[in-house]
Each structure stands twice: as C-alpha cells, then as structure tokens.
Ligand binder design. Sequence first.
Ligand code: 5RP
Length: 225
Amino acid sequence: MSDEAKTLAAAAALDLVEDGMRLGIGTGSTAAAFIDLLGARVAQGLTVTGVPTSERSARQCRDLSIPLTTLDETPELDLAVDGADEFDPALNLIKGGGGALLREKIVAAAAARFVVIADAGKQVDVLGRFPLPVEIVPMAMHPLSLRIAGWGAQVTLRQTAPGEPFVSDEGHHILDCAFGPSIGNPAELARRLSALPGVVEHGLFCGMAERVIIGHADRVETLMG
Ligand code: 5RP
C-alpha cells in the first residue's frame, strides 16, 4: 500500500494529539509516518511526552527531539497511536509484524485511548491471513510450536538469518503462527494462547482499539469501536 495512505492515516491521528498529552508511540512503517509528523509539530512548539514501543521508534523520536518518558515515570498515558497487521470489523487486531507486540500491548493498555492507524490493505473480514506473532520464552520453543501446530497453525520461528532467531527488545523469541483466515473467535484464541506456559504475549489485540483510522490513497475512513 502506498506511503500516502499511511501518511494520511498518521496525519488524522495527529489531529487527536493535544498539547501536554502523554503519548504511547507505536512501531512499524505507519507509526514511523506518525512519528515524523509528530516531530514536525514538536519542532513548531507542541509539548508532549512519549513512551516508545520499541528501540527503533525510540531512536526515531530522539532524532526528532520528541521528549521521551517511561512507564516508570509516566504509568498512565492519554493516547497511544500504533499500526496493525490486520484488523477485523469488530476492531480486533493482529499486531507484531515488526516484533514489538509485547511493548505495544503494554503501552496500549496503559493508555486511556488506543488509536490504530493502518492502510486499507490491512482490513479483513476474519483475522488470520497474516501469521499471528506469539512472543515466547526461548526454552519453550519446541513444546509451544508443537502445541500451536496441533491447533491447525503452521508455526515458524522468526529468524533474522538462517539459524539466528529474532530476539525481541525484551529478549524473547517469536513464533509466527499461520492459521489462515480462520480466527473467527479471536478472544477465545487469545485466552488459549495466554494460558500456555512459556507464552509471554501474543499479537491478538481484542477489545483494545477505540478506533481504526484507515488510510486510502486519497482519503481516510474511521472505524469506531
Ligand atoms: C509492529 C507492529 C506494527 O504496527 C505492524 O507490523 C504494522 O506495521 P506497518 O505499519 O509497517 O505495516 O505491530 O510490531
């Protein structure tokens, strides 16, 4: 999908940002477009503080002189803005394509409002075309792979190069679980995944998004929860 669509969605989210807000700042290319626009507003005098959801986004914020804080200093946020890999009509999401799902979920949960920005290509009727990222403790990789494969998913350990597992900012591995477009009850799958020892977090965000701002080539559309 075009960069314009992402930028349009990011710009619409920026309209929700008010002076003095404590922000959660997402990860990924759409969130990066939001950070760029936010940086421009900060340069013009907007006062905000942000909790970034990844080291990558933190670097981008620092490069743009966006003031950063932590959840230790600022445990309650006004607004979190982040991208998504998929969203369904009920605003359930799959996130974690960029490997930041754990921090993303923690930050979104700390925010009074969680707003998703995504291009129209992320809209689906039923979640699951995008492989569901599941963040795990490394020693649990084999038993968890077998268990989740038994639920009908094709399970792949995310790697940065052959034999080199991806390591998240919190030091975990990620299993990409391809269920196909069949996750008709995301909340139930979320409960089952969370109950597995060794699963740190999964990329199903159910009942969290206040709205999804969908970027098209020349306009935005908003789905409200
Ligand atoms: C990172 C994420 C991203 O929000 C998601 O992958 C969407 O990324 P992009 O905006 O580049 O399509 O969940 O962990």
